[in-house]
Ligand binder design. Structure first.
Ligand code: FA5
Length: 338
């Protein structure tokens, strides 16, 4: 009996010694010391021993078990240390590796939007962002575009219900601020907008930054000064601005603003289609009806507003020929604008 125990202990010791990972070791533990394990089975033989033999046999079995348990614990510590070392080795980062292919870059639309926002922050404007799903009231009606007004055709709209739509410009945010805050107001509203448009320079989803200033005595000359300053900061200090009469229901008078072409300096090139000028935004003096709609007294206050497409600015700035290139997420295109 004692010899059998010695043999099993030896067999177990060898198996432990040869184990190459902690899961094999766990199997060995079950195989020998588990409920139905080989070593545990020995105890069943105790019933055949005389009462005198039992104490010394029991002691011998317990010593054998303690020996196996100690060997398993030692081997487990050794294997765990080994496994940890291998894991650390395989996860080592080579900080000397000179490869930037995995580094992302900021999207050109974000770059241009941030640049625009920073210029206006420098001029004392505050950023206001709002919902992309809007009510007809804020998107159109408060801005002097009642239902069935022909000017709605200027912005081909995605309606969700009769009165809920995807905002077609960020002007509804201006209405939201005018109805909740008291002048003086000096805000810009960047954000995504939606129209049913699709060609080389128009996308169904695009980005705008619109601006609004309301205070006492604000006039068209303040608008011209502000936008001229913006154009010089954005496109270079040699940039000239040109204001042409236009129409928007929410401004009176309304203007389209062109900047001298930054590519040819105004001489005429492919980018400006030979005219020397590039149209960048719409603007005007806030229509007094809009102020009244939003609860501001037009006798006391006046203001100017403007709005432009960030996508168009990015196309001009980086010479991007098709607006869709900015939405296809082709990294070969996007990583050029780090
Ligand atoms: C407006 O959206 C007016 N809310 C701007 C405004 C604000 C005027 C305040 C006066 C006072 P417009 O529809 O022109 O205006 O759009 C402004 C700019 O958005 C355009 O100059 C153009 O650059 C850009 N844009 C318009 N539609 C698209 C489109 N589908 N894809 C990309 N850019 C577009």
């Amino acid at each position: 009996m004692f010899d059998i125990i010695k043999q099993i202990v030896e067999k177990c010791r060898l198996a432990i010694e040869e184990a190459t990972d902690t899961s094999i070791l766990a199997d060995i533990k079950v195989r020998f010391l588990g409920k139905n394990g080989e070593y545990t089975g020995i105890l069943r033989g105790m019933k055949n021993l005389s009462p005198e033999e039992r104490p010394s046999f029991g002691k011998f079995v317990n010593e054998g078990r303690a020996f196996i348990e100690q060997k398993i614990a030692e081997k487990e510590a050794q294997l765990k240390a080994e496994e940890q070392r291998k894991k650390l080795e395989s996860e080592t980062i080579d900080v000397t590796l000179d490869d930037d292919s995995a580094i992302g870059s900021i999207h050109p639309l974000t770059l241009v939007k941030d640049e625009i926002v920073n210029i206006f922050l420098g001029l004392g404007f505050e950023v206001k962002e709002g919902p992309e799903i809007e009510t007809d009231m804020f998107n159109f009606q408060l801005l002097n575009v009642p239902k069935d007004h022909p000017a709605r055709d200027m912005q081909d709209t995605f309606y969700l219900t009769d009165n809920i739509l995807l905002r077609t410009h960020t002007s509804p945010m201006q209405a939201r601020v005018m109805t909740t805050e008291k002048p003086p107001i000096r805000i810009i509203c960047p954000g995504k907008v939606y129209r049913s448009d699709d060609d080389a320079t128009h996308s169904p989803i695009f980005n705008q930054v619109e601006g609004l200033v309301i205070d006492k005595g604000v006039s068209l000359s303040h608008l011209k000064g502000c936008l001229d300053m913006f154009a010089k900061a954005m496109f270079g200090k040699e940039t000239k601005t040109r204001f042409r009469p236009s129409y928007f229901p929410f401004t009176e008078p309304s203007v389209e603003v062109d900047v001298s072409c930054s590519m040819c300096g105004g001489k005429g090139c492919k980018l400006c289609k030979g005219t020397g000028w590039i149209e960048v935004l719409g603007a005007g003096v806030v229509n007094p009806d809009v102020l009244t709609n939003c609860g501001i007294d037009p006798e006391e206050y006046s203001g100017f507003a403007f709005g432009f497409g960030v996508d168009r600015m990015a196309m001009i700035k980086y010479g991007i020929p098709h607006i869709r290139l900015m939405y296809e997420n082709d990294v070969r295109v996007l990583k050029q604008y780090k």
